[in-house]
Design a protein around this ligand. Structure first.
Ligand SMILES: NC(=O)c1ccc[n+]([C@@H]2O[C@H](COP(=O)([O-])OP(=O)(O)OC[C@H]3O[C@@H](n4cnc5c(N)ncnc54)[C@H](O)[C@@H]3O)[C@@H](O)[C@H]2O)c1
Length: 459
């Protein structure tokens, strides 16, 4: 089947918008990226990618002839499909703040033309937002026609750090909305659904991958699928952390326990890693978003509340481990390895390292922190925190009283841990991500498992 290239506008050029723009251009569509941030657009126009996502700069460069970047919404008038990919950060009460979605909808509406145009909500939004956006279009589009201007919910499932592979080879594509609009989206995604595109060198097609499932449903169900999927993953992580705490007390090893339970195909291994818990812009916000939706309907959601409680308790558990080792933190040098909320991204939103640094300084410690990628961003976004930047990873260890592994970057897995701990005053290492597998002459604490000085740890 031949695929018809379409013209697409992507509103919001953050992690999701850039991934969407790169994917759609790669499968043959002409894409214009629109953002209100003039610095971001200027960077993109000059060929720079304002975020760190492995392979994204190469992919965007390879399809640069199909991409344009602008701050002007009038580009919407030429588009067949308009994606809304703006942020939906949590508001003061924990429910998602829809001001950016509302402003994107209100700003794009006056540029809708008289033809069939599909408006796609890719931002993660509360159930009912599709109808809200439809209403905003109706209010703000001069030539609004319900039959021709329809909203589709197409939630995004990419993970930062593996965004390209997640977008090009998804498990499923969820399309919620009216039949005609969903059919247009199916045509837009046809090369993705049929996997007829050439795999980019930076993101080869995984062995055995055939094609994504397509879930065609209602707006409300599509919106709920996104929230429920994130909530389930979040609670899987919290479940592993809750079991890990008990493992420590009864002498079991969470790594072996997770292997044992994950082999059950009904459970699976993924998202069962015990450690410092989740961070980032999605899990906390989306679990809280579901709880807020429940509250509107007087419907408590105790499982999700517990998942959140266990997650943030984990940050305190790590400080408690450190206090047990050092007794007092006053004047002690504590190193933090990893600031981004997870490896392979520079995203600092809800990063556990933030709370660790804050608590450590409150307790009187002097903190030195390192991240392979996120340090410049932290200098801007964490100016309210007190810590010393480590120019190189060794600076975290030099004469330190303790070091905490907060993010499981591969570079940290590959460190010469014996040499590094030799640089410390009296080595105490809190490996909050369970990455160290070498015998160490140090006090080593991990999560959900006991370690013995000088002993090789099971992998
Ligand atoms: N980051 C992820 O891993 C991820 C994964 C799945 C879903 N999501 C969801 O996708 C959405 C976007 O997330 P993100 O991480 O890409 O956010 P982001 O903060 O990285 O990017 C949002 C962008 O939208 C721009 N923007 C805000 N208001 C605008 C407007 N009115 N017009 C044009 N541009 C505007 C901002 O300047 C920014 O560049 C959120 O709802 C998020 O929950 C994110």
């Amino acid at each position: 089947m031949t695929h018809q290239p379409m013209r697409v506008a992507v509103i919001g050029t953050g992690y999701v918008g850039l991934g969407t723009a790169a994917l759609l251009a790669h499968i043959g569509h002409d894409v214009v990226g629109i953002d209100i941030d003039p610095d971001k657009i200027a960077a993109l126009q000059s060929g720079q990618v304002p975020i760190h996502e492995p392979g994204l700069d190469d992919l965007l460069a390879s399809v640069a002839h199909r991409l344009t970047w602008t701050t002007a919404y009038d580009a919407v008038s030429a588009a067949d499909v308009v994606f809304i990919c703006v942020g939906t950060p949590p508001g003061p009460d924990g429910s998602p703040d829809l001001q950016y979605v509302a402003s994107a909808a209100a700003n794009l509406a006056p540029h809708l033309n008289g033809h069939m145009q599909v408006i796609v909500n890719k931002s993660t939004v509360p159930i009912g937002t599709g109808d809200y956006v439809q209403r905003l279009l109706e209010e703000h589009a001069p030539g609004y026609d319900h039959g021709r201007h329809q909203v589709v919910s197409n939630p995004e499932f990419l993970r930062e750090g593996t965004a390209l592979a997640d977008s090009l080879y998804p498990d499923r594509i969820v399309l919620g909305g009216a039949e005609g609009a969903v059919a247009k989206m199916t045509a837009l995604y046809a090369p993705l659904i049929e996997q007829t595109f050439t795999a980019p060198a930076t993101a080869p097609r995984p062995d055995g991958y055939t094609r994504p499932a397509v879930v065609r449903t209602t707006l409300q169900s599509a919106e709920m699928i996104k929230y429920a999927a994130n909530a389930f993953l979040a609670l899987k992580i919290s479940f592993a952390n809750e079991i890990a705490g008990l493992c420590e007390r009864v002498g079991a090893d969470i790594e072996e326990v997770a292997t044992g339970i994950g082999l059950d195909q009904r459970i699976g291994h993924r998202f069962l890693q015990a450690g410092l818990g989740w961070g980032g812009s999605c899990f906390g916000k989306d679990t809280q978003g579901l709880i807020s939706a429940g509250q509107e309907h007087n419907y408590p959601m105790p499982i999700l509340e517990a998942a959140i409680e266990v997650n943030y308790r984990q940050r305190r558990v790590i400080i408690d481990k450190l206090l047990r080792q050092l007794k007092t933190l006053k004047g002690k040098k504590v190193g933090i390895l990893g600031m981004a909320f997870k490896p392979d991204t520079d995203d600092l939103r809800d990063a556990p390292a933030h709370d660790l640094i804050q608590r450590l300084t409150q307790l009187g410690a002097r903190v030195t922190a390192h991240d392979p990628i996120a340090m410049p961003r932290a200098a801007r976004e964490w100016a309210h925190l007190t810590y010393q930047e480590a120019a190189q990873v060794e600076d975290v260890f030099d004469r330190a009283d303790a070091v905490i592994v907060a993010t499981e970057w591969t570079a940290y897995r590959l460190l010469d841990w014996t040499a590094m701990s030799g640089r410390m005053r009296a080595p105490v290492i809190i490996d909050a991500r369970n990455i160290i597998r070498t015998p160490l002459d140090a006090e080593l604490e991990q999560v959900g498992r006991s370690t013995v000085k000088g002993q090789v740890l099971p992998s």
